[in-house]
Design a protein around this ligand. Structure first.
Ligand code: SF4
Length: 266
């Protein structure tokens, strides 16, 4: 499988757009269409996984912190030796910031990331018994960890059905009409409302992988997209572009109006 930007990498944490409040807009799809989208994405990738290498919640947390503005490939290359030297908060503190930098100096923003990894390791040791907390507030209190990183850790390490909105999910949520919104938080809230419960745990992975490999930023591959007949994006490429989505896939907003079932893939 090709590699791309880190799952939690492309939108900034903390002070960036992620922290900006924005108003969620109503989904342009009805519940049946949303369910059909996830049914198809799940059929394409029945066992979606993070492309970052990790062994436990701590190594996942470090890998996700390192993945900001970096590719999964570059992070995996650095952590291959780093985690051999330090795979617990205690060992990371013993390694120290200078030697940590040696391991991750090929990754962008490595100075800041090294400082954050050492600081978060210290907090884990001093306040959490060396264990990564399964708690959003406690995770977001760690240096270098914002809502998106906390969502990835909660979802991947602890099986909490969170949706970490990175640049790919932000784009797919808006283009498809699943969860339009001006900010990642607005898209996250929209997805939480529209994603059927049985797909919540995997939704994060399916949307990222769809955005990374099919619904790409510059040239979405609409002609080989499994959900093109349901997607409401006006700028579709290839043959499907001129047709647009079928009316059946759009949400019927008129009070009392019946919503049609989504069409099957053509
Ligand atoms: S049809 Fe095109 S724009 Fe819509 S989800 Fe598929 S690839 Fe993206």
């Amino acid at each position: 499988m090709p590699r791309g930007k880190g799952a939690a990498s492309a939108l900034s944490e903390g002070g960036g757009r992620m922290a900006t409040k924005g108003k969620r807009r109503p989904s342009r799809l009805d519940e049946a269409a949303a369910a059909e989208i996830f049914r198809r994405l799940a059929a394409e990738r029945p066992d979606p996984r993070s492309e970052l290498n990790y062994a436990d919640p701590f190594t996942l947390l470090v890998a996700v912190v390192l993945s900001a503005q970096a590719t999964d490939v570059s992070v995996n290359k650095a952590t291959r030796t780093l985690f051999r030297a330090a795979d617990t908060p205690q060992k990371m503190l013993a390694l120290g910031e200078a030697r940590l930098k040696d391991h991750i100096k090929t990754i962008g923003l490595f100075n800041t990331k090294a400082r954050n990894v050492i600081a978060l390791s210290r907090i884990l040791v001093e306040e959490h018994g060396g264990v990564v907390p399964r708690d959003r507030a406690a995770l977001e209190a760690l240096p270098g960890v914002g809502r998106k990183t906390a969502n990835v850790v909660l979802n991947v390490a602890f099986g909490v059905p969170t949706i970490a909105v990175d640049t790919h999910i932000f784009r797919v949520g808006n283009r498809t009409g699943l969860a339009p919104g001006p900010t990642p938080l607005a898209v996250e809230e929209g997805l939480e409302r529209i994603v059927p419960p049985q797909f919540r745990l995997g939704a994060h992975h399916w949307l990222i992988l769809h955005g990374r490999y099919v619904c790409t930023a510059r040239k979405p591959a609409c002609d080989r997209c499994a959900i093109s007949d349901l997607c409401t994006f006006d700028g579709k490429t290839g043959d499907v572009g001129a047709k647009g989505p079928p009316a059946a896939a759009r949400k019927v907003d008129a009070p009392g109006a019946a919503t049609a079932a989504p069409r099957r893939r053509r």
